[in-house]
Design a protein around this ligand. Structure first.
Ligand SMILES: Nc1ncnc2c1ncn2[C@@H]1O[C@H](COP(=O)(O)OP(=O)(O)OP(=O)(O)O)[C@@H](O)[C@H]1O
Ligand SMILES: [Mg+2]
Length: 404
């Protein structure tokens, strides 16, 4: 049994999810217990800096270093505070925490260039793969030092180095935690970006058939639109009630679905580089041409999220699932859930809460498990999902004692 803190902040940049878990087993016998969980908001100034950075603001190396350190110290604070949350919970004794797994804050993600790779491969003897690139700030070595705990971070780099997208990285965890003996499931995360893990029923060589990809926008465009429409007064559409009061423009949704990303078969990953501020601005111009109200705009963007998910299931899954299980912040948005259900009828749309896994912290729990696997040299990626050439250990290990 190990006690691990998983730390995660996704593309929504809404805060740092911290989960303190007790993990037993490795793969088919993998189990966890969630001892404490909390989302720690970023200080407003830091959130703004991160969002600016993600939107392509120019940074000097000094500014980048300061941002990296500021994020690392917020992650370290979250790790210390989640231990305090557990201590306050009244449980009689608390063995020390063994390990931190910290995903860090993604500020840049560039998938490998498939066409470029294909072209380069043809130039015999001169093959330089056009690798992807991903950057998560919040250095693990600082967290290890500030928390005095062994820390694993930089989970995506090893997969990218062997030609993968470095994303999605949770499908192997999903496979061992959430697959079912007889039902085929889709685990759909609705973070800033959406990503799916398809889990065939646990029979025969089921693990080899697990697949997954980034489906496109989750909440990122919706959040940006809300910030724009309220001039920064609101950061998201609580319960989707604003979107629910609007009318969807199906013509625009169909047009946006024509984008290359949605038509490209997996492996595929994306981020704010594609579904960020520039994309939103373009959408807003087109919405204006159709004289959409703010509520209509939100309803239409929500429809892009749900339709792009269903479109990718229909086009790229070996078969439609028996059930779709949601997690992530978007699973708390009744309007998104209801629209997804309408598009998927009669397939039931549930949340991971129904399976005993808190949907707000599933990704943070997964990061804790990936850190545990790293220490045991158990590969965390699924090459079939990320497009990597082989299974590799994910993450760098930082020991507090090795740092002066
Ligand atoms: N009650 C709610 N109603 C509507 N939207 C919600 C609600 N609760 C959360 N959200 C949405 O969820 C978002 C946060 O989701 P989450 O933390 O899963 O995203 P993330 O940090 O990008 O995660 P990741 O990329 O790791 O999956 C918020 O920005 C908001 O848009
Ligand atoms: Mg979040």
């Amino acid at each position: 049994m190990v006690r691990v803190i998983g730390l995660m902040s996704g593309t929504s940049v809404d805060g740092i999810d911290a989960a303190l878990v007790e993990i037993t087993g490795l793969d088919v016998d993998l189990k966890f217990e969630l001892l404490a969980a909390h989302t720690f908001n970023y200080p407003e100034y830091l959130r703004e800096q991160i969002l600016d950075c993600c939107a392509g603001a120019a940074l000097s190396m000094g500014q980048l270093a300061a941002l990296d350190n500021a994020i690392a110290s917020e992650f370290a604070l979250a790790a210390r505070q989640i231990q305090a949350v557990e201590a306050d919970s009244g449980a009689p004794n608390h063995p020390p925490v063994d390990l931190i797994g910290s995903h860090g804050q993604t500020v840049y993600h560039q998938p490998p260039n498939r066409q470029e790779n294909h072209r380069a491969r043809k130039q015999e003897g001169n093959y330089l793969p056009a690798l992807g690139y991903t950057l998560q700030l919040g250095r693990g070595e600082v967290i290890a030092k500030l928390c005095d705990l062994k820390t694993v971070s930089n989970f995506r780099a090893a997969d990218i180095a062997v030609g993968g997208h470095g994303a999605p990285i949770v499908p192997k965890v999903d496979a061992y935690l959430l697959s079912h003996p007889t039902k085929h499931r889709c685990i759909q995360n609705l973070g800033g970006i959406g990503n799916v893990t398809y889990l065939p029923a646990r029979q025969g060589n089921w693990l080899e058939k697990v697949c997954g990809w980034d489906t496109g926008p989750g909440n990122a465009l919706l959040d940006l639109a809300v910030m724009h429409l309220t001039e920064g007064k609101k950061t998201y559409d609580q319960d989707g009630s604003w979107a629910a009061s609007g009318n969807r423009c199906e013509t625009l949704v169909e047009k946006w679905l024509g984008l290359d990303f949605f038509q490209t078969p997996p492996p595929k990953s994306t981020g704010r580089e594609l579904f960020g501020l520039d994309f939103l601005k373009q959408c807003l111009v087109e919405c204006q041409a159709y004289q959409l109200t703010p509520a209509d705009i939100l309803a239409t963007l929500a429809e892009l999220t749900t339709t792009s998910i269903v479109h990718s299931y229909r086009n790229f899954l070996p078969q439609m699932p028996d059930e779709v299980i949601l997690c992530g912040g978007g699973s708390r948005n009744p309007y998104l859930r209801q629209r997804l259900q309408a598009r998927l009828e009669p397939i039931p749309v549930l949340t991971t809460d129904h399976l005993g896994v808190d949907g707000d912290f599933k990704e943070a729990i997964a990061i804790a498990i990936l850190a545990h696997w790293r220490i045991l040299d158990f590969p965390g990626n699924l090459p079939r999902v990320t497009g990597a050439k082989k299974a590799v250990n994910l993450g760098n290990i930082y020991l507090p004692t090795t740092i002066i």
